[in-house]
Design a protein around this ligand. Structure first.
Ligand code: ADP
Ligand code: MG
Length: 322
């Protein structure tokens, strides 16, 4: 990396910390990790590209948080316990202030979730952040997308729609008051991955997925994998105060089709209702039952009166949006 701060200085200064659980961390050709017996390794990568997944000029500290958060969210959706991660970074320049902010945001969340940076790659190029997370889950307990069963209750964590409401303001689709915008932007910029909830749901939930592309779109992945359908009571999806105050059509669109909230959408046998609530309480995460899985394919959306809603709330699609 051609700049005043050399590639190896940069790695040493901003991304090297003593190994904790790893046998060998940053600095050699590979990191070395022991996998405890009786555990499976869960592996996932997510890339964040400037202008696609975050706005140009985004705050570096928040970006450090979000880059790791979206990856931790995949571990959460699998019911896996975070273990370690790698970081592949393309940077337009070795900007010390940016690197300080980015690494501070990254390590603050890493410490909170007890996950350790064990290696990566650094190169000059358009800003691009790719993280690979490694987690642990006992065999047979992962929350797979193909595990939903007809008759399961459908649950969601948190208040979906907040991030999309913030994004609509940024895109000029609507306008939010300053304090409402701040609350929604915090949800968009610094999502809280539901790691504790995912692990608490092991052995209780059947299928799970994190909502990155929109509730309906992500539900579709579960339904296709599980060869099932769903019936959702749209008005039972919990809404934040700000989303609740929006006109009904906007609220529904944000909640059903808006992505980037990183809430968990999961199914569980109907008779495990109390067990789900206990798991959520243990994980200090709110959850709500919003519908059920059906044997018949397709999704039915009902309003509070039981009337069917038009099914035009398409999922967020990276290739259709500005
Ligand atoms: P190699 O030449 O074998 O690809 P590098 O010179 O790219 O190794 O990296 C040197 C060491 O620094 C390796 O241990 C690598 O995992 C680590 N590393 C490189 N970039 C990062 C980064 N952004 N964050 C953490 N570790 C990194
Ligand atoms: Mg390398």
């Amino acid at each position: 990396m051609a700049s005043t701060l050399g590639e190896f200085d940069l790695i040493a200064r901003y991304f090297t910390r003593p190994a904790r659980n790893a046998t060998l961390g940053v600095g050699d050709d590979c990191a070395l990790l022991a996998i405890p017996s009786g555990q499976q390794l869960a592996v996932s990568s997510d890339m964040l590209v400037e202008g696609r997944h975050f706005l140009p000029g985004a705050d570096a500290r928040k970006l450090g948080h979000k880059a790791l958060a979206v990856n931790l969210s995949d571990l959460a959706a699998m019911g896996a316990q975070p273990l370690a991660f790698t970081l592949a970074l393309a940077l337009p320049a070795a900007d010390a202030a940016w690197l300080e902010g980015f690494s501070a945001g990254l390590f603050a969340l890493a410490d909170e979730q007890a996950i350790e940076l064990i290696g990566g790659d650094t190169t000059k190029g358009p800003l691009n952040i790719c993280i690979t997370v490694l987690g642990l889950v006992p065999p047979g307990l992962a929350l797979r997308r193909d595990a939903a069963r007809a008759g399961d209750a459908l649950w969601v964590s948190g208040t979906p729609g907040d991030a999309r409401l913030a994004l609509g303001h940024v895109w000029g689709e609507w306008s939010l008051a300053a304090d409402d915008l701040a609350a929604m932007r915090a949800r968009m910029d610094q999502p809280a991955p539901r790691v504790a909830l995912g692990q608490a749901l092991r052995g209780i939930a059947h299928a799970a997925i994190d909502i990155s592309d929109g509730l309906l779109g992500d539900l579709g992945h579960v339904l296709r994998a599980s060869h099932a359908g769903a019936c959702i009571e749209a008005d039972r999806i919990p809404a934040s105060r700000v989303v609740q105050a929006q006109p009904a059509a906007r609220r529904r669109a944000c909640q059903l089709a808006g992505g980037d909230d990183y809430e968990l959408l999961f199914t569980a046998p109907a008779h495990r209702h109390e067990a789900v609530l206990a798991a959520a309480s243990k994980a200090q995460t709110s959850v709500a039952c919003i519908g059920r899985i059906t044997a018949a394919p397709g999704v039915t959306l009902l309003d509070a009166q039981g009337q069917e809603l038009p099914a035009h709330y398409a999922a967020f699609d990276h290739f259709r949006t500005p």
